[in-house]
Design a protein around this ligand. Structure first.
Ligand SMILES: Cc1cc2nc3c(=O)[nH]c(=O)nc-3n(C[C@H](O)[C@H](O)[C@H](O)COP(=O)(O)OP(=O)(O)OC[C@H]3O[C@@H](n4cnc5c(N)ncnc54)[C@H](O)[C@@H]3O)c2cc1C
Length: 412
């Protein structure tokens, strides 16, 4: 068997060890119990993950993180998706993309009070950006954080917030003055503050259950100025950095789920017989499995590329690669799980196999953390931007076009 040529031997060893550990620590019935909403938030699992430093994987070890990089974080999330579920991967990755921004932009007070205990599994965190009136258009949020002396006073509503019923604090995006994205700042808000309220429990979702999701309200919630992450002027930059990590790392969990789905389908096709032959001996089924395997690896390669670029400290510069990884990752995972279920036929639609849950879970990823449409908008913007940039032109315009009427120099 050949190894993954895009991973070093050391990275492969880390992944293999993580695979065995994560498999061992996830109770086999946990994904289904979460799916039935029997669990409000999987705190015991997060505590176990913390023991092995699988929370906050890119954060330095001195702050209780894994001391590794974004790629290692993506690999851990892929395994949490493979052995567990997208929901289990999601609450783990909150500690990484949230952890990275707390580490990079947070004060020593925020490190001690929030980051260290979170990565030790003693405190739980989630993120609140989306509002009833603003999802994809993040700059349009209306939650306000008004500065009054040594405190900020928060007012507004956020909905679809995973973990809102259960966590100790939330990383919240709010506006410090009227305006667009430049007015946005980021805060740590304790959920035991007076004025924090669950407006509506959101437990009846199609998938992604067991995370204590809710529509929440802030009514004159006072928080100390020390709870602001970074400067007021840095809010948008911090949010974009956090979202870029989320787009790569959370998508990898969907690829983990999809890999498991395809393995189940391939195994089924080896044993199920129709018309006197194994399913895999029908060429349509065999070719479908071939196409899905190739697409899955292509999506994983894009994900690895984006993770490496983020790990090199590139953020804005890697918008194209991150958006391609998100777009291809979630669309491929959706397609792989759907086609895998098709190979199982009717039994795939029952709870005997996890495919129907995976299909419900992966559906959300096509619009969360930047929808497929938003990714296409960014990709086309970057394609045209790079066409104008001589440093990148070679990617899109072959030398044979240079000087021709079709080239940018030709003016047509
Ligand atoms: C399971 C789940 C978990 C979630 N967890 C969280 C969480 O923990 N924290 C959090 O803050 N949020 C969370 N969300 C919210 C999620 O991130 C938003 O649903 C997402 O950002 C899309 O926003 P929206 O639903 O308001 O859709 P809208 O922004 O209203 O968009 C509706 C549709 O129109 C499309 N669209 C919008 N603008 C354009 C355009 N210019 N061109 C073409 N198409 C466009 C969108 O792609 C989408 O398909 C969660 C949602 C779900 C379902």
């Amino acid at each position: 068997m050949i190894g993954d040529p895009l991973l070093t031997a050391e990275e492969s060893a880390y992944r293999d060890e993580a695979s065995a550990r994560i498999h061992a620590l996830i109770p086999p019935d946990l994904p289904e119990r979460m799916d039935r909403n029997e669990i409000l938030y999987p705190k015991e699992y997060l505590r176990e993950m913390a023991k092995h430093r699988y929370l906050g994987v890119p954060v330095p070890a001195a702050l209780n993180g894994g001391g590794r990089d974004i790629l290692a974080d993506a690999l851990v999330n892929e395994l949490a998706g493979y052995w567990g579920s997208a929901a289990l991967a999601c609450c783990r990755s909150f500690t990484s993309h949230g952890g990275v921004i707390l580490w990079k932009y947070g004060s020593p007070y925020l490190h001690d009070h929030y980051l260290r205990p979170t990565l030790a599994g003693d405190k739980f965190v989630c993120q609140a950006l989306t509002e009833p009136g603003a999802g994809s258009d993040a700059a349009a949020i209306q939650t306000t954080a008004e500065r009054r002396g040594t405190t900020y006073v928060l007012n507004g509503q956020k909905r679809f917030i995973d973990g809102a019923q259960s966590v100790d604090y939330i990383i919240v995006a709010a506006k410090v003055r009227p305006g667009g994205h430049e007015a946005l700042a980021m805060f740590c808000v304790d959920t035991d503050r007076p004025g924090y309220a669950i407006k509506e429990v959101q437990a009846d979702w199609m998938g992604f259950r067991g995370l204590g999701s809710a529509w929440i309200a802030f009514e004159n919630v006072e928080i100390p100025v020390e709870n602001r992450i970074g400067e007021e002027s840095e809010g948008w930059k911090i949010l974009m950095e956090e979202l870029a990590i989320e787009r790569v790392v959370a998508t990898r969990a969907q690829l983990g789920q999809a890999r498991r789905a395809l393995q189940i389908a391939a195994n089924y096709a080896e044993h199920r017989r129709t018309f006197g032959r194994r399913l895999r001996d029908h060429q349509w089924i065999a070719f479908t499995i071939a196409d899905l395997a190739a697409r899955l690896d292509a999506a994983a390669l894009l994900n690895t590329r984006a993770a490496r670029l983020l790990g090199q400290g590139l953020g804005k510069e890697a918008r194209l690669e991150v958006s391609m990884a998100k777009l291809q990752g979630v669309e491929t995972a959706w397609q792989v799980i759907d086609e895998s279920l098709q190979i199982l036929g009717g039994i795939g639609y029952t709870k005997k196999y996890p495919l129907e849950r995976m299909l419900r879970d992966v559906r959300a990823s096509r619009f969360t953390a930047g929808s497929t449409e938003m990714m296409r908008l960014i990709i086309q913007e970057e394609v045209f931007e790079r066409l104008r940039d001589p440093a990148f032109r070679g990617e899109f315009v072959g030398n044979e076009l240079a000087g021709s009427p079709l080239s940018p120099e030709g003016g047509q």
